[in-house]
Design a binder for this molecule. Sequence first.
Ligand code: XUL
Ligand code: CO
Length: 437
Amino acid sequence: MSFFADVPAVRYEGPDSKNPLAFRHYNPDELVEGKPMRDHLRFAVCYWHTFRGTGSDPFGPGCAVRPWEDGTDSLDMALKRVDVAFEFMQKLGVPYYCFHDRDVSPEGKNLAETNRNLDAVAKVLGQKQKETGIKLLWGTANLFSNPRFVHGAATSPNADVFAYAGAQVKKALEVTKELGGENYVFWGGREGYHTLYNTDLRRELDHLAKFLSLAVAHKKKVGFTGTFLIEPKPMEPTTHQYDSDCAACLAFLRTYGLEGEFKFNVETNHATLAGHSMFHELTYASAYGMLGSIDANRGDELVGWDTDQFPTNLYQTMQVMLVVLGQGGIGTGGLNFDAKVRRESFEPVDLFHAHVGGMDAFAHGLKIAAAIRKDGALKEFVKQRYASWDGGIGAEVESGKATFEELEAYMLKKGDAEKNASGRQELLENVVNRYLR
Ligand code: XUL
Ligand code: CO
Protein backbone atom coordinates (compact mmCIF):
# COMPACT_ATOMS: atom_id res chain seq x y z
CA MET A 1 0.00 0.00 0.00
CA SER A 2 1.33 3.42 -0.99
CA PHE A 3 0.59 6.62 0.94
CA PHE A 4 2.29 8.95 -1.53
CA ALA A 5 1.27 7.28 -4.78
CA ASP A 6 1.41 10.54 -6.78
CA VAL A 7 4.99 11.34 -5.78
CA PRO A 8 7.83 9.59 -7.59
CA ALA A 9 11.20 9.04 -5.91
CA VAL A 10 13.02 12.39 -5.83
CA ARG A 11 16.12 12.45 -8.05
CA TYR A 12 18.92 14.86 -8.84
CA GLU A 13 18.29 16.67 -12.13
CA GLY A 14 20.83 19.49 -11.94
CA PRO A 15 20.60 23.28 -11.46
CA ASP A 16 18.53 23.91 -14.60
CA SER A 17 15.71 21.54 -13.68
CA LYS A 18 12.28 23.09 -13.25
CA ASN A 19 10.81 19.93 -11.78
CA PRO A 20 9.66 20.94 -8.27
CA LEU A 21 10.09 17.38 -7.04
CA ALA A 22 13.71 17.02 -8.17
CA PHE A 23 16.96 18.11 -6.57
CA ARG A 24 18.85 20.88 -8.30
CA HIS A 25 21.88 20.71 -6.01
CA TYR A 26 21.68 17.66 -3.77
CA ASN A 27 23.50 15.00 -5.73
CA PRO A 28 24.34 12.42 -3.04
CA ASP A 29 27.32 10.87 -4.85
CA GLU A 30 28.90 14.13 -5.99
CA LEU A 31 32.27 14.68 -4.35
CA VAL A 32 32.90 17.89 -2.45
CA GLU A 33 36.36 18.25 -0.96
CA GLY A 34 36.85 14.57 -1.81
CA LYS A 35 33.77 13.31 0.10
CA PRO A 36 30.27 12.48 -1.23
CA MET A 37 27.64 15.11 -0.45
CA ARG A 38 25.58 12.47 1.31
CA ASP A 39 28.32 12.05 3.93
CA HIS A 40 28.84 15.77 4.44
CA LEU A 41 25.18 16.46 5.02
CA ARG A 42 23.80 13.33 6.70
CA PHE A 43 20.21 14.55 6.38
CA ALA A 44 17.57 13.37 8.81
CA VAL A 45 13.77 13.68 8.78
CA CYS A 46 12.24 14.45 12.16
CA TYR A 47 9.32 12.30 13.15
CA TRP A 48 7.56 14.86 15.35
CA HIS A 49 6.94 17.66 12.86
CA THR A 50 6.73 15.61 9.70
CA PHE A 51 4.58 12.69 10.88
CA ARG A 52 2.90 14.09 14.00
CA GLY A 53 2.47 17.75 13.09
CA THR A 54 -1.16 18.71 12.56
CA GLY A 55 -0.84 22.41 11.81
CA SER A 56 -2.61 23.40 15.03
CA ASP A 57 -1.71 26.79 16.49
CA PRO A 58 -3.00 28.81 19.48
CA PHE A 59 -5.80 30.15 17.26
CA GLY A 60 -7.11 27.02 15.67
CA PRO A 61 -6.96 23.24 15.46
CA GLY A 62 -4.90 21.16 13.09
CA CYS A 63 -5.92 21.34 9.45
CA ALA A 64 -3.23 19.17 7.85
CA VAL A 65 -4.69 16.64 5.42
CA ARG A 66 -3.13 13.28 6.27
CA PRO A 67 -5.36 10.64 4.68
CA TRP A 68 -3.62 7.78 6.49
CA GLU A 69 -4.45 9.12 10.00
CA ASP A 70 -7.49 7.69 11.80
CA GLY A 71 -7.67 10.49 14.36
CA THR A 72 -6.37 8.36 17.24
CA ASP A 73 -3.09 8.01 19.10
CA SER A 74 -3.51 4.23 19.21
CA LEU A 75 -0.77 1.63 18.93
CA ASP A 76 -2.28 0.42 15.64
CA MET A 77 -2.08 3.92 14.24
CA ALA A 78 1.54 4.20 15.48
CA LEU A 79 2.45 1.01 13.65
CA LYS A 80 0.75 2.14 10.43
CA ARG A 81 2.53 5.50 10.67
CA VAL A 82 5.89 3.71 10.55
CA ASP A 83 5.00 2.55 7.02
CA VAL A 84 4.05 6.12 6.07
CA ALA A 85 7.31 7.47 7.46
CA PHE A 86 9.56 4.99 5.74
CA GLU A 87 7.82 5.38 2.38
CA PHE A 88 8.26 9.15 2.67
CA MET A 89 11.92 8.92 3.67
CA GLN A 90 12.71 6.39 1.00
CA LYS A 91 11.14 8.49 -1.75
CA LEU A 92 13.04 11.51 -0.49
CA GLY A 93 16.33 9.60 -0.29
CA VAL A 94 17.33 10.70 3.22
CA PRO A 95 19.72 8.42 5.08
CA TYR A 96 18.51 9.18 8.65
CA TYR A 97 15.57 10.00 10.90
CA CYS A 98 15.14 11.19 14.52
CA PHE A 99 12.35 10.72 17.05
CA HIS A 100 11.08 11.32 20.57
CA ASP A 101 9.72 8.21 22.28
CA ARG A 102 6.21 9.70 22.30
CA ASP A 103 6.28 10.60 18.59
CA VAL A 104 6.54 6.98 17.60
CA SER A 105 4.45 5.28 20.28
CA PRO A 106 1.54 6.27 22.53
CA GLU A 107 1.60 6.61 26.28
CA GLY A 108 -0.17 3.69 28.05
CA LYS A 109 -2.14 3.65 31.29
CA ASN A 110 1.08 3.32 33.30
CA LEU A 111 4.83 3.28 32.67
CA ALA A 112 4.96 -0.48 32.10
CA GLU A 113 2.32 -0.29 29.34
CA THR A 114 4.00 2.79 27.87
CA ASN A 115 7.28 0.89 27.65
CA ARG A 116 5.56 -2.09 26.05
CA ASN A 117 4.07 0.19 23.40
CA LEU A 118 7.50 1.60 22.64
CA ASP A 119 8.99 -1.88 22.36
CA ALA A 120 6.26 -2.92 19.93
CA VAL A 121 6.88 0.06 17.65
CA ALA A 122 10.67 -0.15 17.98
CA LYS A 123 10.52 -3.70 16.69
CA VAL A 124 8.81 -2.53 13.50
CA LEU A 125 11.13 0.49 13.20
CA GLY A 126 14.08 -1.91 13.35
CA GLN A 127 12.58 -4.09 10.61
CA LYS A 128 11.96 -1.06 8.41
CA GLN A 129 15.50 0.21 8.98
CA LYS A 130 16.84 -3.13 7.84
CA GLU A 131 14.59 -3.23 4.79
CA THR A 132 15.39 0.30 3.60
CA GLY A 133 18.89 1.02 4.94
CA ILE A 134 17.57 4.20 6.60
CA LYS A 135 19.25 4.71 9.97
CA LEU A 136 18.49 6.41 13.27
CA LEU A 137 20.52 9.61 13.72
CA TRP A 138 19.23 10.14 17.24
CA GLY A 139 16.54 9.29 19.69
CA THR A 140 15.26 11.34 22.60
CA ALA A 141 12.55 11.36 25.27
CA ASN A 142 9.59 13.72 25.31
CA LEU A 143 9.77 15.11 28.85
CA PHE A 144 7.50 18.09 28.24
CA SER A 145 4.09 17.22 26.72
CA ASN A 146 2.48 15.13 29.46
CA PRO A 147 0.96 17.32 32.24
CA ARG A 148 3.17 15.55 34.82
CA PHE A 149 6.02 17.65 33.38
CA VAL A 150 4.22 20.94 33.95
CA HIS A 151 7.04 22.19 36.22
CA GLY A 152 9.84 20.52 34.26
CA ALA A 153 11.34 17.03 34.42
CA ALA A 154 14.87 16.90 35.85
CA THR A 155 14.29 20.35 37.39
CA SER A 156 10.79 19.66 38.68
CA PRO A 157 10.18 20.53 42.35
CA ASN A 158 8.44 17.13 42.52
CA ALA A 159 11.05 14.36 43.09
CA ASP A 160 8.65 11.74 41.69
CA VAL A 161 8.65 13.57 38.38
CA PHE A 162 12.46 13.45 38.35
CA ALA A 163 12.21 9.70 38.95
CA TYR A 164 9.67 9.25 36.15
CA ALA A 165 11.86 11.25 33.76
CA GLY A 166 14.86 9.11 34.69
CA ALA A 167 12.93 5.93 33.98
CA GLN A 168 11.73 7.37 30.68
CA VAL A 169 15.22 8.41 29.52
CA LYS A 170 16.60 5.01 30.55
CA LYS A 171 14.08 3.33 28.25
CA ALA A 172 14.48 5.81 25.38
CA LEU A 173 18.26 5.40 25.56
CA GLU A 174 18.01 1.62 25.49
CA VAL A 175 15.65 1.73 22.50
CA THR A 176 17.96 4.19 20.72
CA LYS A 177 20.84 1.78 21.29
CA GLU A 178 18.80 -1.18 20.08
CA LEU A 179 18.00 0.71 16.85
CA GLY A 180 21.66 1.59 16.27
CA GLY A 181 21.09 5.31 16.99
CA GLU A 182 24.29 7.28 16.47
CA ASN A 183 23.49 9.95 19.07
CA TYR A 184 21.08 10.65 21.90
CA VAL A 185 19.67 14.18 22.41
CA PHE A 186 18.75 16.11 25.55
CA TRP A 187 16.66 19.15 24.75
CA GLY A 188 15.60 20.91 27.94
CA GLY A 189 11.83 20.78 27.38
CA ARG A 190 10.46 22.64 30.40
CA GLU A 191 13.78 22.80 32.28
CA GLY A 192 13.67 26.46 33.19
CA TYR A 193 11.36 28.85 35.03
CA HIS A 194 8.71 31.48 34.55
CA THR A 195 9.28 33.31 37.84
CA LEU A 196 12.06 33.25 40.42
CA TYR A 197 9.44 33.91 43.15
CA ASN A 198 8.75 30.16 43.20
CA THR A 199 12.10 28.78 42.05
CA ASP A 200 15.24 27.52 43.79
CA LEU A 201 17.50 28.07 40.79
CA ARG A 202 20.67 26.55 42.27
CA ARG A 203 18.87 23.46 43.48
CA GLU A 204 17.23 22.94 40.08
CA LEU A 205 20.57 23.25 38.28
CA ASP A 206 22.13 20.76 40.70
CA HIS A 207 19.27 18.37 39.88
CA LEU A 208 19.74 18.85 36.15
CA ALA A 209 23.44 17.99 36.51
CA LYS A 210 22.55 14.96 38.63
CA PHE A 211 20.09 13.81 35.98
CA LEU A 212 22.69 14.09 33.22
CA SER A 213 25.29 12.27 35.35
CA LEU A 214 22.83 9.42 35.86
CA ALA A 215 22.26 9.29 32.10
CA VAL A 216 26.02 9.12 31.52
CA ALA A 217 26.32 6.31 34.05
CA HIS A 218 23.55 4.37 32.33
CA LYS A 219 25.08 5.00 28.92
CA LYS A 220 28.26 3.35 30.13
CA LYS A 221 26.39 0.55 31.83
CA VAL A 222 24.48 -0.48 28.71
CA GLY A 223 27.41 0.23 26.38
CA PHE A 224 25.77 2.91 24.23
CA THR A 225 28.62 4.23 22.09
CA GLY A 226 26.78 7.09 20.38
CA THR A 227 27.27 10.76 21.24
CA PHE A 228 25.27 12.52 23.96
CA LEU A 229 24.06 15.89 22.70
CA ILE A 230 22.59 18.85 24.56
CA GLU A 231 20.36 21.13 22.49
CA PRO A 232 20.52 24.75 23.69
CA LYS A 233 17.45 27.01 23.59
CA PRO A 234 16.98 30.28 25.52
CA MET A 235 13.20 30.49 25.95
CA GLU A 236 9.93 28.77 25.03
CA PRO A 237 8.21 27.05 26.63
CA THR A 238 9.64 28.65 29.78
CA THR A 239 10.62 32.31 30.00
CA HIS A 240 14.16 31.31 30.88
CA GLN A 241 15.44 27.92 29.71
CA TYR A 242 18.52 26.78 31.63
CA ASP A 243 20.29 25.52 28.49
CA SER A 244 20.10 28.99 27.00
CA ASP A 245 22.97 28.95 24.50
CA CYS A 246 26.23 27.12 23.74
CA ALA A 247 28.31 29.29 26.09
CA ALA A 248 25.87 28.81 28.99
CA CYS A 249 25.72 25.05 28.35
CA LEU A 250 29.50 24.76 28.24
CA ALA A 251 29.85 26.67 31.51
CA PHE A 252 27.18 24.45 33.09
CA LEU A 253 28.83 21.23 31.91
CA ARG A 254 32.23 22.39 33.15
CA THR A 255 30.84 23.40 36.53
CA TYR A 256 29.61 19.86 37.05
CA GLY A 257 32.57 18.07 35.40
CA LEU A 258 30.45 16.78 32.51
CA GLU A 259 32.09 18.53 29.55
CA GLY A 260 33.82 15.39 28.27
CA GLU A 261 30.53 13.49 28.05
CA PHE A 262 28.45 15.79 25.84
CA LYS A 263 28.50 17.78 22.64
CA PHE A 264 25.87 20.19 21.33
CA ASN A 265 23.01 19.83 18.88
CA VAL A 266 22.76 23.40 17.66
CA GLU A 267 19.47 24.63 16.16
CA THR A 268 19.19 27.67 13.92
CA ASN A 269 15.96 29.06 15.34
CA HIS A 270 17.19 28.54 18.90
CA ALA A 271 20.38 30.47 18.11
CA THR A 272 18.40 33.41 16.76
CA LEU A 273 15.99 33.34 19.73
CA ALA A 274 19.09 33.63 21.93
CA GLY A 275 20.06 36.79 20.08
CA HIS A 276 22.87 35.09 18.21
CA SER A 277 23.37 34.11 14.62
CA MET A 278 23.58 30.39 13.85
CA PHE A 279 27.07 31.19 12.55
CA HIS A 280 28.03 32.43 16.01
CA GLU A 281 26.62 29.45 17.90
CA LEU A 282 28.27 26.95 15.55
CA THR A 283 31.59 28.78 15.60
CA TYR A 284 31.53 28.92 19.39
CA ALA A 285 30.66 25.24 19.77
CA SER A 286 33.19 24.18 17.16
CA ALA A 287 35.97 26.29 18.67
CA TYR A 288 35.70 24.22 21.86
CA GLY A 289 35.28 20.87 20.10
CA MET A 290 31.60 20.75 21.13
CA LEU A 291 29.74 20.87 17.80
CA GLY A 292 28.08 17.47 17.51
CA SER A 293 24.99 17.87 15.34
CA ILE A 294 22.60 20.40 13.82
CA ASP A 295 18.85 20.95 13.90
CA ALA A 296 18.35 22.61 10.56
CA ASN A 297 15.54 25.14 10.30
CA ARG A 298 15.10 28.92 10.40
CA GLY A 299 13.02 31.53 12.14
CA ASP A 300 11.22 34.43 10.56
CA GLU A 301 13.10 37.72 10.86
CA LEU A 302 9.86 39.54 11.64
CA VAL A 303 8.55 37.11 14.23
CA GLY A 304 10.05 36.57 17.68
CA TRP A 305 9.26 32.93 18.34
CA ASP A 306 10.31 29.44 17.31
CA THR A 307 8.61 29.22 13.91
CA ASP A 308 10.70 26.20 12.87
CA GLN A 309 10.55 26.92 9.15
CA PHE A 310 12.39 24.91 6.55
CA PRO A 311 15.82 26.36 5.76
CA THR A 312 16.00 28.20 2.44
CA ASN A 313 18.44 31.02 3.20
CA LEU A 314 21.68 30.40 1.28
CA TYR A 315 23.71 32.75 3.47
CA GLN A 316 22.74 30.67 6.49
CA THR A 317 23.30 27.27 4.91
CA MET A 318 26.64 28.42 3.49
CA GLN A 319 27.74 29.68 6.92
CA VAL A 320 26.69 26.41 8.56
CA MET A 321 28.68 24.42 6.02
CA LEU A 322 31.71 26.72 6.38
CA VAL A 323 31.89 25.79 10.06
CA VAL A 324 31.20 22.09 9.43
CA LEU A 325 33.86 21.86 6.70
CA GLY A 326 36.18 23.90 8.89
CA GLN A 327 36.06 21.29 11.64
CA GLY A 328 36.48 18.39 9.22
CA GLY A 329 32.87 17.18 9.23
CA ILE A 330 29.90 16.75 11.56
CA GLY A 331 31.14 13.44 13.02
CA THR A 332 28.34 11.21 14.31
CA GLY A 333 25.88 14.09 13.89
CA GLY A 334 23.91 15.25 10.89
CA LEU A 335 21.43 17.82 9.63
CA ASN A 336 18.05 17.07 11.15
CA PHE A 337 15.13 19.02 9.69
CA ASP A 338 13.54 20.13 12.93
CA ALA A 339 11.15 22.11 10.79
CA LYS A 340 7.45 22.15 10.01
CA VAL A 341 5.43 23.10 6.98
CA ARG A 342 3.23 26.17 7.44
CA ARG A 343 -0.34 25.59 8.56
CA GLU A 344 -1.47 26.81 5.16
CA SER A 345 0.64 24.13 3.42
CA PHE A 346 -1.67 21.34 4.45
CA GLU A 347 -1.29 18.73 1.70
CA PRO A 348 1.02 15.70 1.93
CA VAL A 349 2.98 16.85 -1.13
CA ASP A 350 3.95 20.02 0.78
CA LEU A 351 6.06 17.78 3.06
CA PHE A 352 8.07 16.83 -0.03
CA HIS A 353 8.44 20.40 -1.28
CA ALA A 354 9.66 21.46 2.15
CA HIS A 355 12.32 18.77 2.46
CA VAL A 356 13.45 19.00 -1.16
CA GLY A 357 13.99 22.74 -0.69
CA GLY A 358 15.83 22.29 2.60
CA MET A 359 18.10 19.59 1.23
CA ASP A 360 18.85 21.65 -1.85
CA ALA A 361 19.55 24.78 0.20
CA PHE A 362 22.14 22.87 2.23
CA ALA A 363 23.69 21.12 -0.78
CA HIS A 364 23.94 24.50 -2.49
CA GLY A 365 25.38 26.06 0.68
CA LEU A 366 27.90 23.23 0.88
CA LYS A 367 29.10 23.90 -2.68
CA ILE A 368 29.38 27.65 -2.01
CA ALA A 369 31.29 27.08 1.24
CA ALA A 370 33.68 24.66 -0.49
CA ALA A 371 34.34 27.21 -3.25
CA ILE A 372 35.11 29.94 -0.70
CA ARG A 373 37.46 27.57 1.12
CA LYS A 374 39.16 26.46 -2.09
CA ASP A 375 40.25 30.01 -2.83
CA GLY A 376 41.14 30.65 0.81
CA ALA A 377 39.26 33.94 0.42
CA LEU A 378 38.34 34.40 4.10
CA LYS A 379 40.98 32.23 5.75
CA GLU A 380 43.91 34.14 4.31
CA PHE A 381 42.42 37.44 5.46
CA VAL A 382 41.89 36.18 9.02
CA LYS A 383 45.41 34.72 9.12
CA GLN A 384 46.90 38.07 8.11
CA ARG A 385 44.71 39.91 10.59
CA TYR A 386 46.31 38.07 13.50
CA ALA A 387 49.86 38.02 12.12
CA SER A 388 51.18 40.15 15.00
CA TRP A 389 50.58 37.15 17.28
CA ASP A 390 52.79 34.85 15.20
CA GLY A 391 56.06 36.31 16.49
CA GLY A 392 57.47 39.03 18.75
CA ILE A 393 55.47 40.23 21.72
CA GLY A 394 52.27 38.47 20.52
CA ALA A 395 53.96 35.08 20.54
CA GLU A 396 55.40 35.78 23.99
CA VAL A 397 51.93 36.54 25.37
CA GLU A 398 50.37 33.47 23.75
CA SER A 399 53.08 31.17 25.06
CA GLY A 400 52.68 32.56 28.58
CA LYS A 401 56.17 34.07 28.79
CA ALA A 402 55.25 37.75 28.99
CA THR A 403 54.35 39.48 32.28
CA PHE A 404 52.71 42.90 32.75
CA GLU A 405 56.19 44.27 33.59
CA GLU A 406 57.50 43.04 30.25
CA LEU A 407 54.53 44.47 28.38
CA GLU A 408 55.19 47.80 30.08
CA ALA A 409 58.92 47.73 29.28
CA TYR A 410 58.14 46.80 25.66
CA MET A 411 55.66 49.62 25.22
CA LEU A 412 57.73 52.22 27.07
CA LYS A 413 60.51 51.54 24.60
CA LYS A 414 58.24 51.55 21.58
CA GLY A 415 56.13 54.53 22.64
CA ASP A 416 52.84 53.43 21.03
CA ALA A 417 51.15 50.46 19.34
CA GLU A 418 51.53 49.76 15.63
CA LYS A 419 48.79 51.25 13.46
CA ASN A 420 45.62 49.13 13.15
CA ALA A 421 44.54 47.64 9.83
CA SER A 422 41.00 47.96 8.47
CA GLY A 423 38.57 45.13 9.28
CA ARG A 424 37.25 45.34 5.70
CA GLN A 425 33.84 43.88 6.52
CA GLU A 426 32.22 45.33 3.39
CA LEU A 427 34.97 43.97 1.16
CA LEU A 428 34.59 40.52 2.71
CA GLU A 429 30.79 40.59 2.32
CA ASN A 430 31.29 41.45 -1.35
CA VAL A 431 33.77 38.60 -1.69
CA VAL A 432 31.25 36.16 -0.21
CA ASN A 433 28.56 37.42 -2.61
CA ARG A 434 30.82 36.56 -5.52
CA TYR A 435 30.44 32.89 -4.61
CA LEU A 436 26.66 32.94 -4.15
CA ARG A 437 25.51 31.57 -7.47
C1 XUL B 1 12.18 22.17 20.51
C2 XUL B 1 13.12 21.31 19.78
C3 XUL B 1 12.98 19.84 20.04
C4 XUL B 1 14.26 19.10 20.09
C5 XUL B 1 14.12 17.65 20.46
O1 XUL B 1 12.32 23.52 20.23
O2 XUL B 1 13.93 21.77 19.02
O3 XUL B 1 12.12 19.32 19.08
O4 XUL B 1 14.93 19.16 18.87
O5 XUL B 1 13.50 17.47 21.68
CO1 CO C 1 15.40 20.89 17.83
